[in-house]
Design a binder for this molecule. Structure first.
Ligand code: AQP
Length: 328
């Protein structure tokens, strides 16, 4: 069986972008592969987090995984800081990373732009992400398009490690959805939809109420003209809304385009809002049930146990290969 690893930061309210770009594939992969899905709190603190909010969001993201259809019996759901091997191999990967390659990461450039105090954690984020993946010897990593560059670095680091210390780590492949790999912001289609955006109108949170969803979509920016056509270069805003529609309804972009021919943006947006509401309603219902049941702690304990078993083994192999004296 192939092994799959992916993670999401508890750094805000999960968005429709996280769902379409990553979580939908979590569910699709769990039957055929051995899956590890984690809530990456060590990554979240690369940007300042309020402690109470971090704790609440960590639990909330875990419950959202289950609500979205991840089955904790089939897949291991766990919190990154519950598996100490991440921090350890993360440090080892940091020592193998070059400043130059980390400086080229667009996420670092975006998140540090215009700030005068930039945390070092933000800079070495990709080294920790490499450790996350390599600990599980993952074959596949389901992520949105924005993580492609980090995954490329993970592949380079695994190759570098194996070259210097002998074959130890598995070089992973990205698993990126065809439509919706990059859901854009509702107020600016040149930026990805992001949970840490200061403008709540720019994203749809998975737990937004139906009315909020309707409001946000009706206010979403549109391009000049009135034709609903998919053309990311000339009509980036409408194209983004079309790919959200297609992901929620399961129809092809061509089918949707044909339906709204000659109808203008208004009718399209109104229906799109309903498609999003219909997609999120069952998830929200299940989320409320899980939170009320208190089952999440057992799920996370179980997940961490399975994750630790695999991660500790790889860490031991990596330490041995690098020349660490293992305790006897
Ligand atoms: N807009 C998006 N479209 C498609 N996929 C997306 N992902 C994130 N945004 C989109 C995918 O979701 C997974 C989890 O991402 P993350 O929590 O590690 O953080 P991120 O990629 O940095 O996402 P955010 O929402 O923008 O978080 P913040 O604002 O906290 O940095 C990844 O697989 C990602 O590809």
């Amino acid at each position: 069986r192939k092994r799959v690893l992916s993670g999401i930061q508890p750094s805000g309210k999960l968005t429709l972008g996280n769902y379409i770009g990553a979580m939908k594939n979590y569910v699709a992969l769990q039957e055929e592969a051995e899956c590890f899905y984690m809530i990456v709190d060590l990554h979240a603190i690369t940007v300042a987090q309020e402690p109470a909010a971090l704790r609440e969001q960590t639990e909330s993201v875990a419950a959202l995984f289950v609500a979205a259809g991840v089955d904790p019996k089939q897949a291991s759901i766990f919190v990154q800081s519950h598996v100490p091997a991440h921090a350890e191999l993360g440090w080892m990967m940091t020592t193998l990373s070059y400043m130059g390659e980390l400086e080229r990461m667009t996420q670092f450039k975006d998140k540090s732009e215009g700030k005068d105090a930039v945390g070092a954690g933000l800079f070495v984020y990709p080294s920790l992400m490499a450790a996350d993946i390599l600990l599980y010897k993952a074959d596949l990593v389901p992520v949105g398009d924005d993580q492609k560059q980090h995954l490329e670095l993970t592949r380079d680091l695994a190759g570098r490690f194996n070259h210097r210390f002998g074959d130890t780590l598995v070089v992973p492949e990205p698993f990126i959805p065809k439509v919706g790999a990059r859901i854009m912001s509702l107020d600016d289609a040149s930026k990805k939809m992001s949970k840490s955006s200061p403008n709540a109108g720019s994203f749809i949170a998975l737990l937004d109420s139906p009315d909020d969803i309707r409001k946000k979509i009706s206010r979403a920016k549109t391009d000049l003209g009135r034709e609903v056509v998919y053309d990311p270069r000339e009509k980036p805003e409408i194209s983004n809304l079309l790919s959200i529609y297609s992901n929620c309804s399961g129809e092809s972009i061509a089918e949707i385009q044909a339906r709204y021919e000659g109808q203008g943006y208004g009718a399209f947006k109104k229906d799109l809002a309903e498609r999003v509401v219909e997609t999120l309603e069952p998830l929200q219902r299940k989320y409320a049930e899980i939170r009320a049941s208190g089952a999440i702690h057992d799920i996370l304990r179980d997940g961490a146990e399975r994750a630790n078993a695999v991660a500790e083994q790889t860490l031991r192999e990596a330490k041995e290969a690098m020349g660490f004296l293992l305790p006897r």
